[in-house]
Design a protein around this ligand. Structure first.
Ligand SMILES: C[S@@+](CC[C@H](N)C(=O)[O-])C[C@H]1O[C@@H](n2cnc3c(N)ncnc32)[C@H](O)[C@@H]1O
Length: 259
């Protein structure tokens, strides 16, 4: 048995920890526990619940209103792992500056980032987005079409990035890509960047963006990007989607071509 005196001695330490990491605890509650509980109570997956809300409240054919409705749900109901409005502005700004002809997104989830980027595309440009989870893909497909984007503008590919990337040229007619948005599992970033290089899919001066490089972080990816000599790399600091108190950032890589 721990004596009460020892337990009391640890109390200030415990309280300090709780205060210091309170934002992460709130995130854990909103992103994991609340979602799990609602899944059990309603029998409907979180992404489907979010889509029902969007369907009821958003204006069809208005991408900005659809994004805003997702934001409302995420701020007031449950946490969604979309790029969110703050980092979304960074992605949108860079995409508008670069005016790419072809865009590749890894990790579609509910289609938030897809709609955000599709709305900023130049006429005639095309976006390919890759998602392995069939339930997420089904929600994303509906969100993308609800926003008014047809298959000529946005192609949703259901599959794992490591299987889809080597097939992009032959099966999807994609010769090279000007703009990549990596937003899937962080441990896959480095592997998929190398896959894109090996398959000769990165156009000269292509831009590669990678979300969440501060939280939860992708240190091996960042180290490679900074030291391999093929990229100019910078990190745009922001905060985690729907959690202003947790720092996060988006890495921007500019490809200098194979060396
Ligand atoms: C953070 S969410 C993507 C958010 C989305 N980009 C947005 O802004 O709305 C991550 C998604 O990556 C997907 N994912 C996981 N592994 C993947 C892989 N190997 N290839 C492509 N997507 C993957 C997950 O199923 C999940 O839907």
């Amino acid at each position: 048995m721990v004596s009460p005196a020892i337990a009391l001695a640890f109390l200030p330490f415990l309280i300090t920890l709780l205060i210091r990491y309170r934002h992460y605890l709130v995130l854990l509650y909103r992103a994991v526990l609340l979602g799990w509980l609602q899944d059990r109570l309603t029998g409907v997956p979180r992404e489907q619940r979010a889509f029902q809300y969007v369907l009821t409240h958003a204006i069809p054919g208005d991408p900005q209103h659809i994004l805003h409705t997702f934001d409302q749900w995420s701020y007031h109901c449950e946490h969604l792992s979309c790029v969110g409005p703050l980092k979304g502005k960074i992605v949108e700004k860079l995409l508008c500056e670069r005016a790419p002809r072809t865009v590749l997104e890894l990790g579609t989830y509910c289609g938030y980032g897809t709609v955000l980027m599709a709305a900023a595309l130049q006429p005639g440009a095309r976006l390919y987005t890759v998602e392995p989870n069939p339930q997420h893909a089904s929600v994303a497909e509906k969100v993308i079409r609800l926003a008014g984007f047809d298959e000529q503008t946005v192609e949703l590919i259901v599959g794992h990035s490591e299987e889809v990337i080597p097939q992009l040229r032959e099966q999807h007619g994609l010769q090279s890509v000007d703009f990549v948005f990596m937003d899937h599992w962080k441990r896959c970033y480095l592997r998929d960047l190398k896959l894109l290089e090996e398959n000769g899919l990165l156009a000269d001066r292509a831009t590669v963006l990678a979300d969440n490089v501060v939280f939860p972080g992708a240190p091996h990816f960042l180290q490679y990007a900074k030291t391999c000599g093929k990229y100019r790399c910078r990190v745009h600091r922001a905060s985690l989607e729907y959690c202003r108190a947790i720092p996060d950032g988006i890495a921007e890589l500019c490809y200098a071509g194979a060396r």
